[in-house]
Ligand binder design. Sequence first.
Ligand code: TXA
Ligand code: MG
Length: 313
Amino acid sequence: MSRIVSRIGRRIVVADERGIAQAVEVLRRGGIIGLPTETVYGLAADATNDAAVRRVFAVKGRPTSHPLIVHVADASQLDTIAVDVSDTCRVLTAHAWPGPLTVIVPANNTVSRAVTGGRDTVAVRVPAHPAALAIIAQLGKPVAAPSANRFGQVSPTTARHVADDLGADIELVVDGGECEVGVESTIVDCTTPQPEILRPGAITAEDIAALLDPHGVTLASEPTGESRAPGMLARHYAPAARLHLVEVGAPLPHASAAVLDCSHDLALVARTLYASLRDLDRRGVHDVNVLLPPPRGLGHAIRDRLHKAASPR
Ligand code: TXA
Ligand code: MG
């Protein structure tokens, strides 16, 4: 193991009372940390500290125009950063928070444009992870956090992934265990009368349509399996191995021995997807046939991430 890994290894703290207090102290001083959530680990900074937010962009290697998600401790905190939150948005957050749903809402003027990439809208969610909620609540401020991986790389679902990826560039990683969901939150644009899914996730299009239906509201369009949140590139969540995507029942496109079956047990597939992609690289696999899940429910999110991971360099 490299020296960098062993050094950061000492900075992985357990998500107990002491670890949480340490994390809050680091954030209060303007530091950045690996934060466990139920989706993937975040690279977190005090959202009101522009210098800390700029460091998040620098460490990730992410363009500053590509906005971050702001994490809050409960739904009431939404009104401290947003204006004109629609009734439709409230229906969604009342159902899904804490949980893997991010809403895009109009930002008030207290929200730093460093966080929003210069936009007047802000992405907000309440994560369903006790350590994340405790840290945000004790800090008493919203926390800006993209996924804790280098730009374009596979998202981390364990504290070890974060330590391996970001090495000595961050102060601390809070180990809150393996992420339960495993893929990033569903992003819904709530700034237009008809809400629109920008990125599919574990809160599915079917879930959202069912919640909106009693209110006479429909989604703007059927999810296409293409993420359309700003700054999202075609190639993302990408391992070094070449992924050959195949629908169930179709002939295997590549005569390689490796097969990654993502076609059933979708909650388990989502939870282990990024660890599986990392594992392919660790084993030096060059080509892998990937069996796709059907395009419904959680299958949309898994297909979306696999299409991005398979996209040509
Ligand atoms: O599950 C998640 O959402 C994880 C955990 C850490 O919460 N976070 C995450 O963040 O996936 P990130 O930065 O990797 O993805 C955030 C996405 C970006 O693709 C960005 O384009 C979109 O959210 N986004 C942020 N602010 C936005 C805005 N104002 N309008 C539209 N999209 C926005
Ligand atoms: Mg990301």
